[in-house]
Write a protein that binds this ligand. Structure first.
Ligand SMILES: Cc1ncc(COP(=O)(O)O)c(C=O)c1O
Length: 390
């Protein structure tokens, strides 16, 4: 199947399509779902093949994150990210939302502070609130077309209660790839302030040509004794519904603490998901991911060109992943008016900028992991909804 073959996901219990009306007031009958971060195209053939094999076998008894899985993860990190990891550093979680919550649970207590750099993936702040921690929100600074860090400003915001830093790399929602130097600065900041550094690298595989992603552990090995890296195949292979992820923890003490918590809670990934990922992290999977990146690269170019042609709108140039972050501040409109136009005029369900924290107020996030025809349709609808500006 190609990335452009239309698949109707409506009526399949897809959150993105079957919940868009509930959350965003956009009917799936004639609306476009461009909010939650999964893709509208089929996963890799090697993954489908693994599911077929399991179905043919027809026994779904107990299993575990077996050596074939661990060696596939290890192979992937080495070949795709030049990152040499040990198999016993890998612990599995039920997705990265779960890994974030577990990290807060293991390395902080109620009332402790958690540092985030916003705007950022909304669940960071939500998990902090839900677990009774307090948020120390440090705004990223806007510089030209992108975001930069202001660690002096961040330092001045610390209360002394912070225990953990939730870091997003590549960054959701801006698609920014941090340089090794920036990553070292963040690791130094964590070290200076004695913070556990949880680096969420879920978007690490979808890197656009001309950009290089560097894992935190490679950029700042000196901070290994406080770094926990979260990775997953879910965005890369569009298998988020399987709810799996990895917590890669080189430090023995940190890893033992997380392992104990996982054992206590009796966590373990399902066997089908583990076998799907084992198949995904392979040469055939890598080839499919490269083709997907080329598809997304085309989507983002078409989208940026059309959106940037609408006066007052500016799509941040993506270096990674498929989440276009569009700044509407040049329109002079209120957030409410922008949201209404997108919902009722364009009939597109998008992720609302304010949900990403400080700095997100005038933005909307569009998910481009879909068929090209849908991206073109979305652009036309946006041009129409904002036609009075042109
Ligand atoms: C940065 C980031 N972390 C975590 C998640 C959630 O991951 P999961 O579906 O594995 O819980 C997302 C999903 O969009 C994300 O963008």
């Amino acid at each position: 199947m190609s990335f452009d073959d239309l698949i109707d996901r409506r009526g399949t219990h897809s959150s993105k399509w079957d919940k868009m009306e509930t959350y965003y007031g956009v009917s799936p009958d004639d609306g476009l779902a461009m909010w939650t971060a999964d893709s509208d195209y089929a996963t890799a053939p090697c993954v489908i093949e693994a599911i077929r094999k399991a179905a043919d076998h027809s026994v779904f008894g107990y299993s575990w994150d077996h050596p074939d899985y661990l060696s596939a993860v290890q192979w992937w990190m080495q070949t795709r990210h030049n990152w040499a990891i040990e198999q016993d550093w890998i612990l599995t979680s039920q997705g990265l939302g779960n890994a974030i919550a577990l990290s807060l649970d293991v390395w902080s207590d109620e009332g402790d502070g958690v540092v985030i750099f916003s705007p950022v993936y909304h669940e960071f702040a939500h998990k902090v609130a839900k677990t009774g921690r307090t948020l120390t929100e440090c705004p990223l600074q806007r510089e030209g077309d992108t975001y930069v860090l202001d660690l002096d400003d961040a330092q001045s915001r610390l209360t002394g209660k912070e225990k953990l830093l939730l870091w997003c790399s590549p960054q959701n929602p801006s698609g920014r790839i941090w340089t090794p130097d920036e990553l070292r600065q963040v690791a130094d900041f964590a070290t200076r302030n004695d913070l556990i550094l949880v680096s969420d690298e879920i978007h690490h595989d979808l890197i656009f040509p001309g950009n290089i992603f560097v894992p935190m552990d490679i950029a700042a090995p000196e901070a290994r004794d406080r770094t926990v890296t979260l990775t997953a195949s879910s965005k890369t292979f569009n298998i988020a519904g399987q709810r799996t992820g990895n917590m890669i923890i080189p430090d023995d003490t940190l890893r033992a603490a997380m392992k104990h918590r996982l054992n206590t809670l009796d966590y373990g990934a399902g066997s089908l998901a583990i076998n799907m990922i084992t198949a995904a992290y392979s040469p055939a999977g890598a080839e499919w991911v490269d083709a997907q990146i080329a598809h997304l690269d085309g989507n983002r170019q078409i989208f940026d060109q059309a959106i940037n042609a609408i006066p007052g709108l500016k799509s941040m140039p993506l270096q990674a992943t498929y989440l276009a972050w569009v700044d509407f501040s040049g329109t002079g409109m209120s957030h409410e008016e922008i949201a209404t136009r997108i919902r009722d005029g364009a009939k597109i369900a998008v992720s609302q900028g304010p949900g990403f924290g400080a700095g997100g107020e005038m933005f909307q996030r569009f998910n481009l992991a879909t068929q090209r025809s849908r991206v073109i349709e979305a652009c036309e609808r946006m041009q129409h909804a904002f036609s009075d500006l042109q």
